[in-house]
Design a protein around this ligand. Structure first.
Ligand code: NDP
Length: 339
C-alpha cells in the first residue's frame, strides 16, 4: 500500500514515514522544500520506497489535489506548532483548519477510493485549562471549551497558547464535520498526543530551530533551568515512536474508525527530567539537582490525559520516560554537543 504523509519533514511525521517504510508500506511525503525532501530520502535510504512531493502553502485551495492521487491511506501531520511570538491567531488557525479541510476535499475529489485518513490532533483539542481546575483526568470524551471563545473574544490579543489550542480544536472539529456532512466512503481517526518527546531524526540545522516540544527538553538539558524551576510540573508526555506507531495502527485497525485516541504516557515533571539527565548524561552542564526522585507528590495536582484507549484498541505500549529522554538526549547531543 502507498501512504501519503503530509508535513513529512517534521519531528513526528519523519518518524511516522520511517515506521511506515519499516513496516512494508510505500510512502509519499509532502514537504515544503526540495532540500527537506532530499534529506528524508537520505535518511530513508534502504528502508523501502519513499518519494516526496512539494506542497508549500497548505492554505491554498486544491494544493493536495495531486499528492493524494493513487494513495491507499493518508496521515495528515502538517500544521504549525509554536506558541511564542504569535501575532495573529490566524497564523496558526489558517493552516491548521485549511490544511485539514483542504486535504479532505482533495481526497474526496481525486481519490475517494482511499481507505482511511488519520489526522494528528492534540490534547490541545481536549483540555479546558481556563475553566477546569486541575487535577482533571481527561478522556477522549472531552473537548477544549476555552480556546475558541478566548480567541473570538481577544482576537489579536489572544495568547499564543490559546491560539495554538484553538487551531487544533478547530482543525479536529472540521475533520468530524466534514465526515458528517460529506459522508465519504472512507473514514477517519484522530490521534491526540500530549507533549511529544524522543529521538530527533528530521532535519534541524541549529537548536534554535528545534520543534516546540523537543525545544522544551533542550532548555532543561543545556542549563537554562535552575533550582527554582523544580519540581516543575510540565504536563503529560509521550514518545515520538509510540505516536508514529499509533498513526500506523490507526490506519490498519478496523475498530478505530471514527474515533479519537489520546496517546499519553503520563505525567511529565521537570524533576524526573533532570534525574534522567544526571543519570544518563553526567557531563551535561549546569543541570539543577532539586530533590532527586521526589516528583510523586507534585503529580497529585496535575491533569492526566488517559492514554489507555490507545493501548486497548491500537495496541500502543508506552515507552518509559527514561528510554525516551535518553534517545532524545543522545540524538541532540550528537548533533549539537553539550552546551
Ligand atoms: P514540527 O514543527 O516538527 O512539524 C510540523 C510539520 O508541519 C512540518 O513538516 C512543517 O513543515 C509543517 N508545517 C508547519 N506549518 C506549516 C504551514 N503553514 N504550511 C505547510 N506546512 C507546515 O512539529 P511536530 O512534528 O511536533 O508536529 C506535527 C503535528 O503533531 C502537528 O499537527 C502538531 O500540532 C501535532 N502535535 C504535536 C505535539 C508535540 O508535542 N510535538 C503534541 C500534539 C500534537 P516544515 O518542516 O517545512 O517547517
Amino acid at each position: 500500500d502507498l501512504i501519503l504523509v503530509s508535513g513529512a519533514s517534521g519531528f513526528i511525521a519523519s518518524h511516522t514515514a520511517k515506521q511506515f517504510l519499516e513496516q512494508g508500506y510505500r510512502v509519499r511525503g509532502t514537504v515544503r522544500s526540495e532540500a527537506k525532501g532530499e534529506y528524508l530520502k537520505g535518511i530513508f535510504k534502504g528502508l523501502g520506497e519513499f518519494e516526496y512531493t512539494l506542497v508549500d502553502d497548505i492554505t491554498k485551495d486544491g494544493v493536495f489535489d495531486e499528492a493524494v492521487k493513487g494513495v491507499d491511506g493518508v496521515a495528515h501531520l502538517a500544521s504549525p506548532f509554536y506558541t511564542d511570538g504569535v501575532k495573529d491567531p490566524q497564523e496558526l488557525i489558517g493552516p491548521a483548519v485549511k490544511g485539514t479541510t483542504g486535504i479532505l476535499k482533495s481526497i474526496q475529489k481525486n481519490n475517494p477510493g482511499v481507505k482511511r485518513v488519520v489526522i494528528t490532533s492534540s490534547v490541545a483539542s481536549i483540555m479546558s485549562v481556563a475553566s477546569k481546575k486541575p487535577p482533571v483526568v481527561y478522556t477522549e470524551e472531552d473537548w477544549n471549551e476555552d480556546a475558541i471563545p478566548h480567541v473570538e473574544k481577544n482576537g489579536l490579543e489572544s495568547t499564543g497558547a490559546f491560539a495554538y489550542q484553538a487551531s487544533k480544536t478547530m482543525a479536529e472539529k472540521a475533520l468530524w464535520k466534514f465526515i458528517e456532512d460529506e459522508k465519504p466512503s472512507w473514514d477517519a481517526v484522530a490521534i491526540n498526543p500530549p507533549l511529544v518527546l524522543g529521538e530527533v531524526i528530521h532535519q534541524v540545522d541549529s537548536p534554535e530551530k528545534l520543534n516546540t516540544s523537543v525545544a522544551y527538553f533542550w532548555q532543561w538539558a543545556t542549563g537554562k533551568k535552575s533550582e527554582s524551576d523544580l519540581p516543575g510540573p510540565m504536563g503529560n508526555w509521550v514518545d515520538v515512536k509510540d505516536v508514529a506507531q499509533a498513526h500506523i495502527n490507526a490506519l490498519t485497525t478496523e475498530s478505530a474508525s471514527g474515533q479519537r485516541f489520546i496517546t499519553g504516557a503520563g505525567y511529565l515533571v521537570g524533576q524526573a527530567f533532570v534525574d534522567i539527565i544526571h543519570k544518563k548524561f553526567p557531563d551535561a552542564k549546569n543541570i539543577p539537582v532539586g530533590k532527586p526522585g521526589e516528583y510523586e507528590e507534585v503529580t497529585k495536582g496535575m491533569n492526566l490525559f488517559n492514554g489507555e484507549k490507545a493501548t486497548k484498541v491500537l495496541g500502543i505500549k508506552y515507552k518509559s520516560l527514561e528510554d525516551s529522554t535518553t534517545e532524545m538526549g543522545e540524538s541532540l547531543f550528537k548533533r549539537f554537543g553539550k552546551q
